[in-house]
Design a protein around this ligand. Structure first.
Ligand code: PEP
Ligand code: MG
Length: 961
């Protein structure tokens, strides 16, 4: 919710998800006693509190062993920690390497303190390590048989690649020899040590990654080999020592561990993690957990490997598992995209037993979680270990397909299946694709990594993508492979193309998460950053030249292929149909033209909740409207109005026919006068027209002559509109009209306008109508009981209500104030996007309550932008007014903007397109909100009070509108 930080945020479903007091873990203590550079000491027995040490109250418990955790503890253990713990229970300890999780609360305490570990953490880590050593039968730092661990971050919500990970911790010059002896594999031991020194230097101490890569490249060149795997033990040993000269490498494994934990904590505050959180609206104060797990090795030789596997096709949702793996590799190699991985089906021919076990495990996990799973595995000497599982992030079409299949297979009930779909991703279902009938030359193909097609200028860096987007240019980000630092570029680009990587590469994961089309692993694409060009076969393309990709087909072309709008699939219709059966909220579309009405109905709208009539007086009709306003006398005005009436009548008639008996709420003219008038500077100086326009200028037009005031000052205008509407209705069998009066503050305003409407209506042979008002001013909320006397319905205009309640001009705030407010945590997002529930939301509730007090049968609706926002729908659903079957949520497809933008045809098309996506989203959101209580384990994105979006995000919102 767009609540002030520290304010009384709304508790959705009675559950405050910000409350960290989970399973008895309460407030952290802020005590700073430890040296910043301290190491985890072996524990003095009984000196530190443990999870079960209830007598010791001096420090909070900061650690949970995998064996003691569960998926319900996600807030505390992070997604990874909670799922590893759950998986240990479900699959058995022999399948999941042992370990423990340092809680997110410890990270918060660290962040809130002075950079020291919170009190008791080091002792607790030492004790947990001791337990792990007992379980593993190995000791950290043991020169004969060392325990090695991974140290991995894991936030409450997955942040792929954003936080830090260190593998093979525990190696030094002594333990590497022990590892070599125990594994009888010298090369493996030095490969692991080399990786560790590299990762530690890069991740923990910030040594630039290129320094290591350059050294590796030089070593390969000196030996005349091209792959890392071709470097022998001696080469790896030399590299390891070379890397150690890049920084002061700590040989003591406990010191290494202490540094690594600190690095993971610090990575939460790193630039890329902050950028990711802002884009994905993850609260800053959640912190990350740290998972310390016994290492298993995928780089132990040809019967070892690492991979990622999805329980179903991660792109389409089809029931066949999918994924990638690499023999003789560690997990990071698979997801980094540096080596092109092999498809999971090839695992069957490589290691058939492992393949069979993996397929069985994927099924078990999917059934257990009731959701599609995304897992990481390692094969060590032919033995399969599962390292991680989580609900798979997937494109909207895969989510929809999974939901439908899961119900058909009896895996989930409808309500549960609906709750697996994130309504905000549905936009992606309306991504265009290359026109299948188009004839074009494909210059390269790659992995179809994220669906949808995109065209644009080539940019070679994230910074260039961001800059281009700010300038309004459409770009495709072309890279060899992407890294976490490229995320801002993903956001800015229309599509992503990489020459390396597969379906599970960083580029693919992030693009899917963001709904950007992506083609990865297009090996024919050669990116030459130094030359600033991309070479594809004989084509040499400079940055700025155009390229097109289709992420559903994996195709790349240089031609301007036409894109086609997607068709709504049968499966999507099925899911929406379920939502319609389950939801109690009515859903209507916003539409001002017959074409928009038809599209809305096609997507399931039950009628039109807001028809903005001012949109009918723009473009070529604007001079007629200007003539009405500028008329010097009654006769001139009457004649101008008479010219408008037939146009208006035909608009209404077409809309009513398209509605075919469904209701439409027609709003009488609302905008300020100046929206229709020419700019004074465009008129000859001293001319009567200029004088009149100058006379009509207002210093604050949004608070000036608009809404019902316009109707009271120019009653002929409203009379003309009502006459046109009723005449059209009288000619359209089954027409159901609701006449809506905007911007009412005083009950008398509505009383007078109602009598005008009734008088004109009585002249026509149409009596199926209602008269109502928008509630969009604070006074109207407080006086709703009075206003309800003359209203058959209320429609809450939450755009204007937000504007007037907060005193923010919606056209200006997003460009100026919002970014700063978000930066300093006054707001977490635009109140024009998500309802400010503590303020505006309470006014809505009061208006609804007072209105119904006077008139229990009063129909209630919402027609502001918030009607298309899942979080706001959540509030409406839980605010007591949703029990009415009459509540309708209408989406405004056009943000009210300066006239020139409204009249632009392109803007209209774009808005209509967005509105369709929102309409579907609304239907689904209304259904999902009904179902959310069936999935208490699912983190509910919209419920957090503190959600932030970046400056860039704010700009983008403005730009999109
Ligand atoms: C509103 O104020 O919420 C509304 C729907 O009207 P408009 O945005 O057109 O002012
Ligand atoms: Mg309004």
């Amino acid at each position: 919710m767009a609540a002030p930080v520290g304010g009384e945020g709304l508790q959705s479903c009675g559950v405050d998800l910000n409350n960290r007091d989970v399973a008895g873990y309460s407030q952290q203590t802020r005590v700073a006693t430890t040296e910043r550079t301290g190491s985890i000491c072996a524990p003095a027995s009984g000196s530190a509190p443990t999870l079960t040490d209830t007598n010791n109250t001096s420090a909070a418990p900061w650690i949970v062993d995998f064996a003691d955790g569960s998926r319900e503890m996600r807030d505390l253990l992070g997604g990874k920690g909670a799922n590893v713990a759950e998986m240990t229970r479900v699959l058995g300890a022999e399948r999941v390497p042992g370990g423990f999780t340092i809680t997110t609360a410890a990270c918060s305490a660290y962040m809130n303190g002075d950079g020291s570990f919170p009190q008791g953490l080091e002792q607790q880590v030492a004790q947990a390590l001791e337990r792990l050593e007992v379980q593993a039968g190995k000791r950290l730092g043991d020169a004969a048989d060392p325990l090695l661990v991974s140290v991995r971050s894991g936030a409450r919500e997955s942040m792929p690649g954003m936080l830090d990970t260190v593998l093979n911790l525990g190696l030094n010059d002594e333990t590497v020899a022990g590892l070599a002896r125990r594994s009888s594999n010298e090369r493996f031991a030095w490969d692991s040590y080399r990786r560790f020194v590299q990762m530690f230097g890069n991740v923990v101490l910030g040594v630039a990654g290129e320094r290591f890569e350059q050294a590796i490249a030089a070593s390969k060149a000196a030996r005349g080999v091209s792959l890392d795997t071709e470097l022998d033990a001696e080469a790896l040993r030399e590299l390891t020592y070379e890397f150690q000269r890049f920084y002061d490498f700590p040989a003591d494994p406990r010191e290494q561990l202490s540094h690594a934990i600190r690095a993971v904590f610090d990575s939460w505050q790193g630039e890329r993690a902050i950028a990711y959180r802002r884009i994905n609206r993850i609260p800053d104060d959640w912190g990350t957990a740290v998972n310390i797990q016994q290492m298993v090795f995928g780089n132990l030789g040809e019967s070892s490997g690492s991979g990622v596997a999805f329980s179903r096709d991660e792109l389409t949702g089809a029931p066949e598992p999918s994924g990638d793996f690499l023999p003789n590799a560690q997990g990071e190699d698979v997801v980094s995209g540096v080596r092109t991985p092999r498809d999971i089906v090839e695992l069957r021919s490589w290691l058939p037993d492992v393949h069979e076990q993996l397929m069985e495990i994927l099924g078990t996990l999917e059934r257990h979680y009731g959701d599609m799973q995304d897992t990481e595995f390692t094969v060590q000497d032919g033995r399969l270990y599962m390292l991680q599982t989580r609900n798979a992030k997937r494109p909207a079409q895969a989510a929809v397909r999974f939901a439908v299949d899961a119900v058909a297979e009896g895996l989930l009930e409808r309500e549960q299946a609906i709750a697996t779909i994130d309504p905000s991703t549905l936009d992606a279902l309306l991504h265009p694709t290359f026109d299948p009938r188009a004839d074009y030359a494909v210059v390269a193909t790659g992995v179809a990594a994220s669906p949808g097609a995109a065209k644009g200028e080539i940019v070679l860096s994230a910074a260039a993508a961001v800059q281009a987007a700010a300038e309004g240019r459409e770009v495709i980000l072309v890279r060899s492979f992407t890294e976490a630092d490229d995320v801002a570029g993903f956001h800015a680009a229309k599509g992503i193309l990489t020459s390396e990587g597969g379906k599970a590469s960083h580029a693919a994961l992030v693009a899917r998460g963001m709904g950007r089309p992506a083609v990865t692993g297009a090996s024919a694409v050669e990116v030459d950053l130094a030359a600033g060009e991309v070479r594809i076969g004989e084509h040499v393309l400079a940055a700025g030249e155009r390229i097109a990709i289709d992420g559903s087909l994996g195709k790349i072309t240089l031609e301007d292929v036409p894109l086609v709008e997607p068709q709504v699939s049968g499966q999507f219709q099925t899911v929406l149909g379920w939502c319609d059966e389950l939801r109690s909220l009515g859903v209507r579309a916003n539409a001002d033209t017959p074409a928009d009405v038809e599209k809305g109905i096609e997507l399931g709208a039950e009628g039109v909740g807001l028809c903005r009539t001012e949109h009918m007086f723009l473009g070529e009709r604007q001079p007629l409207m200007a003539a009405v306003i500028m008329a010097e006398d009654d006769a001139a005005r009457a004649s101008a109005i008479e010219q408008l009436r037939p146009l208006q009548e035909s608009d209404f008639e077409q809309i009513l026919r398209a509605l075919d008996g469904r209701p439409v709420t027609v709003r009488l003219l609302d905008p300020p006068l100046h929206e229709f008038l020419p700019h004074p500077a465009d008129l000859p100086e001293g001319s009567p027209a200029r004088k009149r326009v100058e006379q009509l200028q207002e210093s604050n037009p949004m608070l000036g002559t608009r809404g019902v005031r316009l109707g009271l000052l120019f009653p002929e205008l409203y009379e003309m509109q009502v006459r046109a509407l009723f005449a059209a209705a009288a000619r359209t069998p089954g027409a159901r009209i609701e006449v809506m009066v905007p911007l009412v503050a005083y009950e008398r305003e509505l009383e007078l306008t109602r009598s005008l409407i009734e008088r004109v209506a009585s002249e026509h042979a149409h009596d199926d109508y209602l008269i109502g008002t928008m509630i969009e001013l604070p006074r109207a909320c407080f006086q709703a009981d009075q206003i309800a006397r003359d209203a058959d319905f209320f429609s809450f205009g939450t755009n204007d209500l937000t504007q007037t309640a907060l005193g923010f001009s919606r056209d200006d705030i997003e460009g100026r104030v919002l970014a700063r407010y978000i930066d300093v945590k006054i707001l977490d997002r635009s109140p024009f996007e998500t309802l400010d529930t503590p303020g505006v939301g309470q006014m809505v509730r009061m208006g609804a309550w007072l209105g119904r007090k006077t008139k229990p049968e009063l129909k209630l609706g919402v027609c502001g932008e918030h009607g298309g926002d899942p979080d706001s729908i959540d509030f409406l659903h839980h605010s007591g007014i949703d029990s009415s079957p009459a509540l309708h949520i209408a989406y405004r497809s056009h943000v009210w903007q300066p006239r020139r933008r409204l009249s632009a045809a392109a803007g209209r098309t774009c808005s209509a397109h967005q509105s369709l996506a929102r309409l579907a989203c609304r239907r689904l959101a209304a259904g999902v909100k009904r179902c959310c209580s069936t999935r208490p384990d699912r983190p509910r994105k919209g419920s957090a009070r503190l959600r932030r979006c970046s400056r860039a995000d704010a700009r983008r919102m403005r730009y999109l509108e």
